[in-house]
Design a protein around this ligand. Structure first.
Ligand code: ZN
Length: 122
């Protein structure tokens, strides 16, 4: 593929992903199923898995999980301005600011501080 064709292909892919992100953002999330620990949601063309927030978790951890879910399901975090994009592979990428408690690495560390491990990930 020459340079011009490669640029055209990248532009088309970027446009497709921007349209897909707009479709996802415009869609209302609908819960499809739950196993008690995790829920499966459909948001437009995207299928999402979100953790259930256990009532017996410490308040700090419940708040962080709630923010994580809000970002995932609604595209907005109550604690930061997230970055979202659709990757070249067609998956939704969400990044919280480094100081946000809903950042997955911080969330896992916060859970560990309370002796909680997310065995199936978050
Ligand atoms: Zn956040």
């Amino acid at each position: 593929m020459n340079g011009k064709k490669a640029r055209t292909a990248r532009t088309a892919l970027r446009q497709r992903n921007e349209q897909l992100l707009a479709t996802i953002r415009a869609a209302r999330p609908v819960r499809v199923s739950t196993d008690g620990e995790r829920e499966t949601w459909q948001r437009g063309p995207l299928t999402l898995t979100a953790p259930v927030v256990p009532h017996d978790y410490p308040t700090e951890l419940r708040d962080a999980l709630t923010s994580y879910r809000a970002a995932l399901l609604h595209g907005e975090c109550p604690r930061c301005t997230i970055e979202q994009k659709v990757t070249e592979a067609g998956t939704l990428f969400t990044r919280h600011t480094v100081d946000c408690h809903a950042d997955p690495d911080r969330l896992v560390a916060l859970a560990a501080e309370h002796g909680i491990t997310f065995e199936r990930g978050i």
